[in-house]
Design a protein around this ligand. Structure first.
Ligand code: C5P
Length: 228
């Protein structure tokens, strides 16, 4: 069954770990992003691993091969289970990152950021872009050639990525909402059940849980949606 990952988009380790303790056994996976990581990263990662939680470090690395390989090793040493790299970092960066991890950390690739439209991504590439889904698939192929462990993708593209990348890779889908949750600034949301049916292994949800009056009840309801 697909696993829920709660995005700890909070400002301090203390606030994040208080939430983790409120969620208790309901949630095992947590995503740590750049804001919390810059503020308090090592304390959060330590606090999570000490509690037996799995850490998804979402820093979307994009740097020279040696630096990304070093970041992957440092994250694995800290006990991180899964991290993100930009597929646009190129084959040598991806190969270097994949080679350095030696199975200790799963590396998932981010293709086209969902905040970009075709015109903006075309400006990055220096050529017209007709179809962002095709660009995403082209980048996933690059990841497949370099042995990445998985991909981050919107629910709408999860099925295409799964059929391209096969059964063995991890598919991580953000923008998860129950039908009754506020969509906030997300554009293409999916319920846990819809995302799992499209091939997702990991379902990333932030504000519906972190801002709930009863976060554990909300997380339980999201897991329950999968079983319906
Ligand atoms: O609060 P919400 O559920 O919208 O948070 C979703 C999390 O997933 C945030 O941490 C956000 O940065 C991340 N994310 C996303 N869409 C992507 C990639 C990552 O919402 N395409």
């Amino acid at each position: 069954m697909a696993e829920l990952i709660v995005a700890l988009d909070l400002a301090t380790a203390r606030a994040a770990l208080e939430l983790v303790d409120r969620l208790g056994d309901v949630v095992r996976w947590y995503k740590v992003g750049p804001v919390l990581h810059v503020a308090d990263g090592p304390a959060v990662v330590r606090g999570l691993t000490e509690r037996g939680k799995a850490v998804f470090l979402d820093l979307k690395w994009h740097d020279i091969p040696n630096t990304v390989a070093g970041a992957g090793e440092a994250a694995a040493d800290a006990g991180v289970a899964m991290a993100t790299v930009h597929l646009t970092g190129g084959p040598r960066m991806l190969e270097s990152a994949a080679g350095a991890r030696r199975g200790r950390i799963a590396l998932t690739g981010v293709g086209v950021l969902t905040s970009l439209d075709a015109a903006e991504f075309g400006a990055v590439l220096g050529r017209p872009v007709a179809d962002l889904a095709q660009e995403q698939q082209r980048l996933v192929r690059l990841g497949m050639a370099t042995g990445l462990d998985g991909y981050v993708t919107a629910a709408a593209e999860a099925r295409a990525v799964r059929s391209l990348a096969g059964a063995g890779v991890a598919i991580v889908v953000p923008g998860i909402r129950r039908a009754t949750d506020a969509v906030q600034d997300q554009v293409r949301t999916a319920t846990p059940r819809e995302a799992a049916a499209a091939g997702a292994d990991y379902l990333v949800v932030g504000r519906p849980v972190t801002r709930a009056a009863d976060p554990a009840a909300e997380a339980r309801a999201l897991v329950e949606d999968l079983r319906r």
